[in-house]
Design a binder for this molecule. Structure first.
Ligand SMILES: [Zn+2]
Length: 155
């Protein structure tokens, strides 16, 4: 039984808080309604523990998610590209399958979703985004902080 989801075990410990930290609460809410609406289709897994699915929105998007060393990563053909509502919906569908002990079929080697997403490296992109965000925050803080030298000169 447990063997069936061995590669997906990292998803098991996922909490709502993890999802919200990753994608933001609004995206989680939207993903949840996509999932509730049955918009996740043809869920499949890879041997490496990645999950792929089609998610039907305004268009049909290919979405891939994984969780490594406690970190979520995703790739999607939608304009957002990662940590999107489609990825959240796919994660929820995966968790639902695991909770109900429904098997998730293994994706075929040339699965069209994997083909569409093969050039998207989620881990790198996630790291880049985080670094950029950190830099932006640091810059904003520096700029909004009063400059001691200028204040002293004015006195
Ligand atoms: Zn998406």
């Amino acid at each position: 039984m447990a063997q069936k989801f061995a590669a997906l075990a990292p998803f098991r410990s996922l909490t709502w808080e993890d999802l919200e930290t990753w994608a933001g609460s609004k995206t989680v809410e939207r993903g949840r309604s996509y999932w509730h609406g049955g918009q996740v289709r043809a869920l499949a897994r890879t041997r490496e523990g990645r999950i792929v699915a089609w998610v039907q929105g305004d268009e049909r998007y290919a979405t891939r998610v994984e969780r490594r060393e406690g970190l979520l990563a995703s790739a999607c053909t939608c304009p957002i590209g990662w940590a999107c509502k489609h990825a959240v919906a796919v994660i929820l569908e995966c968790l639902d399958h695991m909770a109900e002990d429904r098997s998730i079929p293994l994706a075929v080697p040339k699965d069209p979703r994997l083909e569409l997403l093969k050039d998207k490296e989620p881990a790198r992109k996630t790291a880049g985004e985080t670094a950029r965000k950190t830099r932006r925050t640091a810059t904003a803080e520096t700029e909004s902080r009063p400059r001691p030298a200028a204040a002293r000169a004015g006195r």
